[in-house]
Design a protein around this ligand. Structure first.
Ligand code: FES
Length: 150
């Protein structure tokens, strides 16, 4: 294993590091970048990293939450055992998707209200903080109701 910590430390100001490769290397780079508080490191995961899957248990999600579909003027309930995408599909609403694992952005939807509980592996910190979009294949809601532009 190369000295990832030293490599990240010498990253010049304004330069970005793009990381893609085996899961142990990706996790090592991520952990060192987080420890050094460097936000110029970006990742391309080919599958949801096993060590991260389920790392954050749902907050207030024991009974699920509601999603208001603003373009359809309807509300659906998302139970704890279904993703938003799956709940939409059960209502006969087809949404684009590819990975269903939070790594491709194909299912990205605009958030109109509520607070997303981001569980993807691709949005950056700024995008997460803005709360403007959500990847409905994996992410959930921190609020009882989430308003989505669907
Ligand atoms: S389908 Fe790939 S991120 Fe949702």
């Amino acid at each position: 294993m190369p000295d990832v910590n030293a490599f990240i430390k010498q990253l010049p100001d304004g330069h970005h590091l793009y990381c893609c490769g085996p899961d142990p290397m990706m996790r090592a780079v991520r952990d060192h970048a987080e420890a050094l508080d460097i936000d110029r490191v970006h990742f391309e995961w080919f599958e949801a990293p096993a060590a991260q899957a389920g790392r954050d248990e749902p907050q207030g999600d024991a009974s699920g939450f509601d999603v208001r579909l603003m373009e359809r003027d309807m509300t659906i309930h998302v139970p704890p055992d279904l993703s938003i995408l799956e709940a939409l599909e059960q209502q006969g609403i087809d949404m684009p998707y590819a990975c269903r694992a939070g790594i491709c952005r194909t299912c990205e939807v605009e958030v109109c209200g509520g607070e997303p509980d981001h569980r993807d592996f691709i949005l950056d910190d700024e995008e997460r903080g803005s709360g403007k979009t959500i990847l409905v294949c994996v992410s959930r809601s921190n609020t009882d109701t989430l308003d989505l532009k669907i």
